[in-house]
Write a protein that binds this ligand. Structure first.
Ligand code: PLP
Length: 478
């Protein structure tokens, strides 16, 4: 494809994207296709000769869109949001054009340097302690990971490297395998599944500890586990606190967990994948009180801060343990400026990395902090609107507390009744929700996901829930 055709094709695509998002409300949120639908519609193999881009465009609508779940429909309320904005989409176009692989400073200095500065800007927006920021002149700094799962694993590997370094300092002949076999990390039973996976991938034990009645991991539970594990000869080394759990958006109390971790020499990683975006609003920062105790902090601007996937921001107070955890330095990756700027390949699992800082830069400049805050506040207000609808109907109850853009609710009654309701809702296809279950209580989760969601959408979603509940309850009666 030559430049002239590219310009025509891209302009057509920009129009298509604008129209798609403008009219997304009119599309059914869930596709009505069966597994394998696409294979039947596609040729057996790739074309021998080039086709026309106009034909490809036509097939997007004909073949792809029927199988798309529209995550940016105002009626999509499943999981947690994934972000979408025009500035981020345009930034991704430019990233695609520059198409550098910024694994080291010299591999594309702007890619690394913009990332360092954007993570400082973002850290300041959240009022992170200065030790996390590169601009403080200390060791700390930020990095863009692909996902929160990677951040949790990277932090775990850093914590593991720190323990091994200390053990070697105390005894140069130490048997490292022996130490690793005794390492134990902690998170709450409500932590995201990626935390358990990080333990598996990192080859260490990871214990999921019970939470209090509000689904929070408390200091005494962590302290008891550490004490009993030390008695068994194990080495506690890592703990993950979650700010905004996936099931019910509960917040672990960092202030008390942090004190335990600091006293016990346990690396504290904070996973605020979803809720972290809300900390750009001063009124929600009380939920991250105690952040100064953490060794690493992570949240996903790609969830709730209008930066398209993938963009998971992670800060480390002292990146040296991560940098040394899997540092392999072949000649072909070395450069003369090594040490004067981060070589981000040492801060992440893969070698290659895209120019993702462009998305942050474009979004920050084209929205401004004020509009990003307004977005968060608007979405939380919409969640409270849905909460009010639920509370206005005595057949329903709210599960937990609505603090962010997630409403957990259920019909008063059995789990089976609520399972039937959810099946009915998703089967009807007007809105899309997913459930969760905590300590045998099954509930429905309604997350405010789309930046297009408005009050009338919330009313529509509530009417859908209410009228399908009418049906389900009527069928229940003998
Ligand atoms: N942590 C929490 C609290 C989450 O809610 C999620 C996903 O929703 C994750 C981690 C995983 O995020 P990612 O897909 O970026 O790995």
């Amino acid at each position: 494809m030559e430049t002239k055709q590219f310009k025509e094709f891209a302009k057509e695509m920009v129009d298509y994207i604008g129209n798609y998002l403008d009219n997304i409300r009119d599309r059914p949120v869930l596709p009505n296709v069966k597994p394998g639908y696409l294979r039947e519609l596609l040729p057996e193999s790739a074309p021998e000769q080039p086709e026309k881009w106009q034909d490809v465009m036509a097939d997007v609508e004909r073949l792809i869109m029927p199988g798309v779940t529209h995550w940016h429909s105002p009626r999509f309320h499943a999981y947690f949001p994934t972000a979408n904005s025009y500035p981020a989409i345009v930034a991704d176009m430019l990233s695609g054009a520059i198409a550098c692989i910024g694994f080291s400073w010299i591999a594309s200095p702007a890619c690394t340097e913009l990332e360092v500065v954007m993570l400082d800007w973002l850290g300041k927006m959240l009022e992170l302690p200065p030790e996390f920021l590169a601009s403080s002149g200390g060791k700390g700094g930020g990095v863009i990971q692909g996902t929160a799962s990677e951040a949790t694993l990277v932090a775990l590997l850093g914590a593991k490297a720190r323990v091994l370094r200390k053990a070697r300092q105390e005894n140069p002949d130490v048997n490292e395998n022996d130490i690793v076999s005794k390492l134990v990390g902690y998170a709450s039973s409500q932590a995201h599944s990626s935390v358990e996976r990080a333990g598996l991938l990192g080859g260490v034990k990871l214990r999921l500890l019970p939470t209090d009645a509000n689904n929070r991991l408390r200091a005494d539970a962590l302290q008891d586990a550490i004490r009993s594990d030390r008695q068994q000869g194990l080495i506690p080394f890592y703990a993950v606190a979650t700010l905004g759990t996936t099931s019910s958006c509960a917040f672990d109390p960092l202030e008390e967990l942090g004190v335990v971790c600091n006293q016990e020499g346990v690396w504290l990683h904070v996973d605020a994948a979803y809720a972290g975006s809300a900390f750009i609003c001063p009124e929600y920062r009380y939920l991250m009180a105690g952040i100064e105790h953490a060794d690493s902090f992570n949240f996903n601007p790609h969830k709730w801060m209008l930066v398209n996937f993938d963009c998971s921001a992670m800060w480390l107070k002292d990146p040296n343990d991560v940098v040394s955890a899997f540092n392999v330095d072949p000649l072909y990756l070395k450069h003369d400026q090594q040490g004067s700027a981060p070589d981000y390949r040492h801060w992440q699992i893969p070698l290659g990395r895209r120019f993702r800082a462009l998305k942050l830069w474009f979004v920050f400049r084209l929205y401004g902090i004020a509009n990003l805050q307004a977005h968060i506040r608007r979405q939380i207000a919409l969640a409270h609107e849905f909460e009010d609808h639920v509370k206005s109907d005595s057949r329903f109850e709210i599960y937990g507390e609505v603090t962010m853009g997630l409403v957990c609710f259920r019909l008063k009654g059995s789990n089976e009744l609520n399972e039937t309701l959810l099946r009915r809702i998703n089967g009807h296809g007007v809105i899309h929700l997913v459930p969760s279950k905590i300590r045998d209580t099954y509930f429905l989760r309604l997350a405010i996901c789309s930046r297009f969601t408005e009050s009338h959408d919330i009313k529509l979603s509530w009417n859908e829930v209410r009228s399908l509940a009418d049906e389900v309850l009527a069928e229940e009666r003998p």
